[in-house]
Design a protein around this ligand. Structure first.
Ligand SMILES: C[S@@+](CC[C@H](N)C(=O)[O-])C[C@H]1O[C@@H](n2cnc3c(N)ncnc32)[C@H](O)[C@@H]1O
Length: 312
């Protein structure tokens, strides 16, 4: 059997530095292959009472579950992190530390065969959970050009988004667009560089997984089950994610921990290129936190994001 190449956790030591052995209930909102969770569980095995590991991707989480078997306080939950609040409430728990490591994992790019990379020929799916929603290739068959242009612009800042959307809608009548290479073939007729193709792929991935809407909901719900003096930390890889996360310091009772944001050191980037755009931000919850504030704070932003449930 071929050995699984796990995702390499980013800014691992820096995340551990935010923790201490008074933290009993921990949430890894995006467990992936369990890289962060494993190190957290191992380092704090004597003080942790519960470590809740969420991930939308059932296969990634199954890998994590097997790696984390030795820790009896680990609970793996194959749900979106928008459920962190409800799951903790149901278990009558509040969290001392919550980690969101956003985006997708290297394992998903190299091994899931769901079309996340434009460099290998795979079915154009891109869903973190292939049991929910529609794959990208079906969305591309149905979406209208105006919405498609909005997706390219809002999530990828793709140049000539309107023209590109029209080309795709024209081409889908003539030829099938089912695989990554089908799409890449069309994009190349428009002379897109690799960087621009990557932006198109990223925008479709963010859209199909409703990533930014879920991030906003996930943050607001997670904050409501964070203990006073609890810490919430985010690793972002994309400027829009970072813009959303930064807003947390405007919420009454949430205090930015300094010197964050922290970026990976040269050495880490040398060993793991995909860490190069990562930023770690962390916030501590104070006693004067007001539960309703996050919704109003983020609401205006949420309207700017096209959601697959409206236009596909
Ligand atoms: C960068 S990876 C996390 C890697 C992980 N920290 C590790 O060390 O293996 C991001 C993960 O978030 C998951 N994800 C994305 N959106 C999610 C959501 N709304 N809820 C739960 N998991 C999500 C992806 O499936 C992916 O596995």
């Amino acid at each position: 059997m071929m050995a699984i190449k796990f995702h390499k956790p980013v800014l691992l030591e820096e995340v551990l530095n935010l923790m201490n052995d008074n933290m009993e209930v921990i949430v890894d909102a995006t467990c992936g292959n369990g890289g962060h969770s494993y190190k957290i569980a191992y380092t704090y095995k004597d003080s942790i009472k519960a470590l809740y590991c969420f991930d939308k991707d059932p296969t990634s989480l199954q890998i994590a579950k097997e790696r984390l078997l030795e820790f009896d306080f680990v609970r793996c939950i194959n749900k979106s992190y928008v459920e962190v609040g409800s799951v903790l409430k149901k278990n009558k728990k509040r969290a001392d530390f919550i980690l969101f490591d956003l985006g997708l994992s290297m394992w998903q790019i190299t091994s899931s065969q769901r079309g996340f990379s434009f460099k290998s020929d795979e079915i154009l799916d891109m869903r973190y959970n292939p049991e929910n929603g529609l794959p990208v290739y079906l969305i591309l068959q149905r979406i209208n050009p105006i919405d498609l242009a909005k997706v390219f612009k809002a999530y990828g800042d793709v140049k000539g988004a309107r023209k590109l959307a029209n080309v795709i809608v024209r081409e889908r009548k003539r030829t099938k667009i089912k695989t990554t290479f089908d799409l890449v073939g069309i994009l190349k007729t428009q002379y897109l560089s690799e960087k621009e193709i990557q932006k198109v792929f990223m925008s479709l991935r963010i859209y199909v997984n409703n990533e930014l809407q879920e991030l906003i909901t996930g943050i607001t719900r997670a904050l409501n089950v964070l203990n006073n003096n609890g810490i919430i930390a985010f690793i972002t890889y994309h400027s829009i994610e970072d813009r959303i996360v930064k807003r947390i310091s405007n919420i009454q009772g949430m205090v930015k921990i300094k010197p964050y944001p922290i970026k990976p050191k040269e050495d880490e980037i040398k060993q793991n290129k995909s860490a190069r755009s990562a930023k770690l931000r962390a916030f501590i919850k104070g006693g004067d936190y007001v539960e309703e504030t996050p919704y109003t704070l983020f609401n205006t932003m949420a309207f700017d994001f096209p959601s697959p449930f409206f236009s596909a």
